[in-house]
Design a protein around this ligand. Structure first.
Ligand code: FEO
Length: 170
């Protein structure tokens, strides 16, 4: 059996991952409204990845005979003033998620829940990648998007991102 304090946090993480998906869909919608379809594509795929993360937490709980408890997902309430705003918010959000994953890991460690620590290893690594990708987007925007042609080329680059299913299979 898993530690119940850990189970509670794992259930809460399902909500956070679905909220992340909701937030990134909101950003994709914003860019779609602005006809920046490469940025839209990048965030739409990000939304799919977050949904996958939520489903991995769900499956892990089920694989361990624990109940999955779904709770209300808040609506994203951010208003974007410019094309850069969602990129900054995305990085801030990933740092928040990293902290959340770290808290679960710490709780699992304290309670000698070594199985959950092993499961979370994939997410620890994933969060490193997520933060790096979000930071890269801001840096590329600042370097290249200062004029319409640069923005057009960056949008085309982001259009090339393709969805890949998570490497973790449960
Ligand atoms: Fe599921 Fe972007 O962390």
């Amino acid at each position: 059996m898993l530690n119940q304090e850990v189970v509670k946090l794992l259930n809460e993480q399902i909500n956070k991952e679905f909220y992340s998906a909701y937030l990134y869909m909101d950003m994709a919608n914003y860019y779609a409204d602005q006809s920046l379809n490469g940025f839209e594509n990048w965030f739409f795929i990000q939304m799919q990845e977050e949904r996958d993360h939520a489903l991995l937490f769900r499956q892990y709980l089920l694989n361990n005979s624990e109940s999955v408890i779904l709770t209300v997902i808040s609506a994203p309430d951010k208003k974007y003033q410019n094309y850069r705003d969602p990129l900054v918010l995305a990085l801030e959000h990933e740092v928040f998620v990293t902290t959340s994953i770290n808290t679960i890991y710490e709780t699992a460690y304290k309670n000698k829940d070594f199985r959950t620590m092993q499961f979370l290893d994939w997410f620890i690594e994933e969060q490193g990648e997520e933060e790096k990708n979000a930071d890269d987007n801001i840096k590329k925007f600042d370097l290249f998007a200062g004029d319409p042609k640069g923005l057009y080329l960056l949008d085309n680059e982001l259009k090339a991102r393709v969805y890949a299913a998570p490497s973790l299979v449960l």
